[in-house]
Write a protein that binds this ligand. Structure first.
Ligand code: GLC
Ligand code: GLC
Length: 660
């Protein structure tokens, strides 16, 4: 009976969706007349609309149907989508048509990503255009530029406090520079990834300014409270994201004499998505950004976009519905556009954002954290336990596998996964924090604490890949042996993100083994946020070292790291088994060695990775049975292995084994 009720409800919503569209048809016609769009381009839009209108309507009706102004907003959603398609350049439309037929283009073994800050890398967008050759030389086909839109003066959280989504920070260039850069990248076969910072605006965004001026329509864009009563009710179930910035999630605004919801910094005002005007307004910004020539939008802070009293206000079902609604509009208006989820939360929640109709790709924070965990413990037990049931994804989606990014490392593994292998999660996180801040006896790492919460004992870690992997300490102690081990650790981790399945993402600077930059404390706008320690400036003089015949010193380390990463990327691109996401773990019977097989279209590659600084072996027969062969060649070093003997791995060695 319930089934038939469901069906009746569905029929009813479909009827409403269809009737609404029918009623809006004249608006659409009017819009087409006002643009010079030709018939066939118009029909393409209408075909996609026919496919996505009902599900889009169903979501918006569910979220906003009871609102007095629902119809007004849904009309604007439709008109905005049509206008965006009409405005979309022919170049982008061509790419759209292509991607509609190849929705999983990003799963190729040829896809390799990089992320950077425009100002720190090349000062501005125009200079960045001159460095497209650098990305090609490294082998990148996906470039994430950290937020580059206009920001508030002073601290802007590395670009995440946006005051205008339609203009570029003047220090970096203009919207036209961005358009030209995107064209250059497209010609070079590099996809452009930009942030969609849609959970909050800066306190000086026009909407926030209107709110401050007392405009009620815009006050309803945010969560604003006259006194502590409701904030305190919410606070009971909220966690604190930046506890050293401010206790709690609300900020007193002197001008308005009101409290504002600010999950992150006090100058980042959370948007109120229970108001359809906010969805509609952000959608307009999204489509504008997409039409500058963006291939992938990184959905920033996705977990936080829906709030509900009595909950943690993270990962609520409505957050998923909202992203799906944005996604349906993207399918209609900018169909080549993909979404990447930035949910740095519990692994059970991370995976819920990843589906073809929500975010097609996602950061893999659990793998990231557990690779560092394995380096610290020299054991792959927890990593294995976790990957076993958490790596697989739905069809036509992919992980973005990374080691470091502009943010801190949080130990977001699951407590039950830890318990299953005899690890106490609380103690283990303490250990990892001690280890990566260099306090644990014998630690090789040189990280620093981020957002230490004295009340809960919680802490996250800042630091560059090289400093966390031991290179900073080794250089400080001028210890050749330690330098060697640090470099091997870095290459081991890269060897995994480049082969485990999904899109590998380099955080630029890693290719040179960049160390922590302690100078950020000199800048008052940065001093309070240790994440700046791992956001160093590109040093172009390093490139000269590549040509030098230096055999010793830090220059030779950089050269070696750069060339090794470059080589590994190039190698990945020659191995079709590394496409897609299919990965099967191998029980290596050695707690220091991670093993997996990759398959794709009849190709297969076996990866073995030694997480300890001692030699380790695995049974050759094991390799024979999973690899279905007797002789294997390591694609990285070219050495052949016979399965009649134990397979020996050097300290921190990673093998990419092909059957020969
Ligand atoms: C995301 C960004 C982070 C920023 C936060 C607030 O998590 O990665 O850098 O601080 O959102 O925008
Ligand atoms: C929290 C958020 C994450 C953000 C990070 C910034 O962990 O969940 O989205 O990147 O804070 O430090």
């Amino acid at each position: 009976m319930i089934g038939s009720n469901d069906n009746a409800a569905r029929d009813d919503t479909q009827f409403k969706a269809d009737l609404t569209l029918q009623r809006l048809q004249p608006r659409l016609e009017e819009l087409w007349r006002s643009t010079s769009i030709d018939d066939s381009k118009q029909h393409e839009f209408e075909a996609r609309l026919a496919e996505h209108w009902r599900p889009l309507f169903r979501i918006l009706y569910h979220l906003y149907g009871a609102r007095y102004d629902f119809f007004y907003h849904i009309e604007r959603v439709l008109v905005t989508a049509a206008q965006a398609w009409a405005d979309r350049s022919e170049d982008l439309c061509k790419l759209d048509r292509h991607r509609i037929h190849e929705p999983d283009w990003f799963k190729s073994e040829k896809t390799v990503g990089g992320a950077l800050y425009v100002d720190l890398f090349s000062e501005n967008l125009n200079r960045l255009r001159q460095h497209v050759g650098y990305f090609k030389e490294l082998g990148l086909t996906y470039l994430h530029l950290m937020p580059l839109f206009a920001v508030r003066p002073g601290d802007n959280d590395g670009g995440y406090a946006i005051s205008n989504y339609r203009s570029v920070d003047p220090r970096l260039g203009t919207i036209d520079d961005l358009r030209m850069l995107s064209q250059d990248l497209r010609k070079a076969g590099i996809a452009l990834v930009l942030d969609f910072v849609f959970n909050h605006t800066a306190d000086d965004h026009e909407w926030a300014q209107m709110a401050q001026a007392g405009n009620r329509e815009y006050q309803e864009f945010f969560y604003i409270f006259p006194d502590r009563e409701r904030p305190e009710q919410y606070e009971r179930t909220l966690r604190e994201i930046f506890p050293t910035v401010r206790r709690g999630n609300f900020t007193w605004h002197d001008g308005m004499q009101q409290w504002v919801w600010t999950t992150f910094n006090s100058f980042q005002w959370d948007l109120n998505y229970s108001n359809p005007a906010v969805f509609r307004a952000m959608l307009e910004e999204m489509l504008f950004i997409a039409n500058t020539g963006v291939d992938i939008l990184r959905l920033d802070a996705v977990a936080f976009i829906w709030k509900q009293m009595g909950t943690g206000c993270e990962n609520l079902p409505e957050a998923h519905l909202l992203i799906q609604a944005f996604n349906h509009v993207a399918r209609i208006a900018t169909p080549g556009l993909l979404f990447k989820s930035e949910a740095i939360v519990h692994p059970d929640e991370v995976v819920k954002y990843i589906r073809p109709n929500e975010c097609q790709i996602s950061y893999n924070p659990t793998l990231m954290a557990l690779l560092w965990e394995s380096l610290a413990t020299r054991r792959v037990t927890l990593l294995l336990q976790t990957l076993r049931h958490r790596f697989q994804l739905p069809k036509n989606t992919a992980w973005v596998n990374y080691l470091r990014c502009h943010d801190d490392i949080g130990w977001t593994f699951d407590d039950a996964d830890a318990a299953a292998v005899g690890i106490n999660a609380y103690d283990h996180r303490q250990f990892l924090n001690d280890f990566y801040t260099g306090q644990f006896q014998g630690s090789f790492a040189r990280g620093v604490p981020f957002q230490e919460n004295l009340a809960t004992g919680d802490m996250r870690i800042s630091g560059t890949m090289a400093s966390l992997a031991g290179l900073e300490q080794a250089i400080e102690q001028d210890d050749e042996q330690k330098k060697e081990l640090a470099i091997r650790r870095m290459m081991l981790l890269h060897g995994i993100t480049l082969s485990i399945g999904g899109i590998p993402l380099l955080y630029l600077g890693e290719e040179w083994g960049m160390l922590n930059d302690y100078d950020f404390v000199k800048d008052p706008a940065k001093a309070g946020d240790t994440r700046w320690i791992h956001r160093p400036k590109m040093k172009w003089e390093y490139l000269d070292e590549l040509e030098d015949h230096i055999e010793a010193g830090n220059g030779s380390i950089r050269k070696r790291v750069f060339r090794s990463i470059q080589k590994l990327i190039a190698l990945r691109k020659t191995l079709p088994a590394l496409a897609g996401q299919e990965m099967e773990l191998i029980g290596t019977s050695n707690e220091h060695v991670l093993g997996y097989v990759r398959f794709w279209n009849g190709h297969r590659l076996i990866v073995l990775a030694n997480f300890s600084e001692s030699m380790n072996t695995i049974d050759g027969n094991k390799l024979r049975t999973v690899g279905l062969g007797r002789f294997f060649e390591d694609a990285i070093q070219g050495k052949t292995y016979s399965t009649s003997e134990p397979v020996a791995l050097e300290p921190y060695q990673i093998l990419w084994l092909n059957r020969v």
